[in-house]
Design a protein around this ligand. Structure first.
Ligand code: 6PG
Length: 259
């Protein structure tokens, strides 16, 4: 299945457009099934998107209490640390809307029940995903309705970095990651098979430092070199870019979405 690429003018326009798209997607899924699930990403654009959603009056159309919230990766730091993706998502959005705390599935912290052991923490998260998966999901994790993934300049998604062993993982749904090239060095990440179990994967990318990685991912480079190339949704893969991130794509691939 081919990916759809949409290009917006600049990062604020892109964040607002992704937020608007999230409202539509989550409202549609909830209207059809009574519930929805989302996987959040860390990173500057991911958090800016959550802040844009918090500022949008249309956010009231989402039934926040019937939304399951998961994370694609986490920086393995103590609970409440300012650099945790969870802490940033709570401040940008989750603390401002009426989520059900039981349905906010944060990845464990380094001072959590497994202490400073990222593999044990990853196994704990894998167990939570497994117990939330329904038979129709056909896997070790729920078939998420939408998964947001930021992309690094090296092409990483979640905490799956180029050439690292986690990219070859086929059995576990979640792994502990050590010696990450992006700080902090210890992280927890969903694996590619878990990412590929999502119904829709949205790669959200801004900035000229990402242009080469975006081009490589969309021109046939494999996921070991460019992990983002392996982030494909079951029914849809959407690349949502600003102009700078799209700068190296052929015009035939990138459709401009904003004037
Ligand atoms: C993290 C992420 C990571 C991020 C990309 C893009 O923990 O930092 O989850 O995968 O999404 O590195 O981040 P930026 O948008 O800040 O470039």
């Amino acid at each position: 299945m081919t990916a759809t690429v949409l290009v917006h003018r600049d990062p604020p326009t892109l964040a607002a457009a992704i937020a608007a798209r999230l409202v539509t997607r989550l409202v549609d899924v909830q209207a059809a099934t009574g519930r929805a699930s989302i996987v959040l990403t860390g990173g500057s654009l991911g958090i800016a998107t959550l802040a844009a959603l918090a500022d949008m009056p249309a956010r009231a159309a989402i039934d926040w209490r019937n939304l399951d919230i998961w994370w694609g990766d986490e920086r393995f730091l103590p609970a409440g640390h300012a650099d945790r993706n969870e802490t940033q998502a709570r401040a940008a959005l989750l603390d401002k809307v009426g989520v059900d705390p039981e349905r906010v599935h944060a990845m464990p912290a380094s001072d959590g029940p497994d202490g400073d052991d990222p593999e044990a923490a990853a196994a704990r998260y894998a167990a939570a995903l497994k117990s939330a998966a329904r038979p129709e999901d056909h896997g070790l994790a729920p078939a998420f309705d939408v998964m947001l993934l930021g992309v690094g300049p090296d092409g990483h998604v979640a905490s799956l970095f180029p050439e690292k062993p986690a990219l070859y993982e086929e059995v576990r749904s979640v792994v502990g990651v050590r010696n990450s090239p992006k700080p902090p060095p210890t992280r927890i990440s969903l694996t590619l098979p878990t990412i590929r179990g999502a119904k829709e994967v949205w790669l959200v990318v801004a900035g000229e430092d990402k242009a080469s990685a975006v081009h490589l991912a969309l021109s046939g480079t494999g996921p070991v070199q460019i992990p983002a190339a392996g982030a494909v949704g079951r029914s849809r893969t959407l690349w949502l870019l600003d102009r700078a991130a799209a700068a190296k794509l052929p015009a035939s691939l990138a459709r401009a979405a904003s004037p």
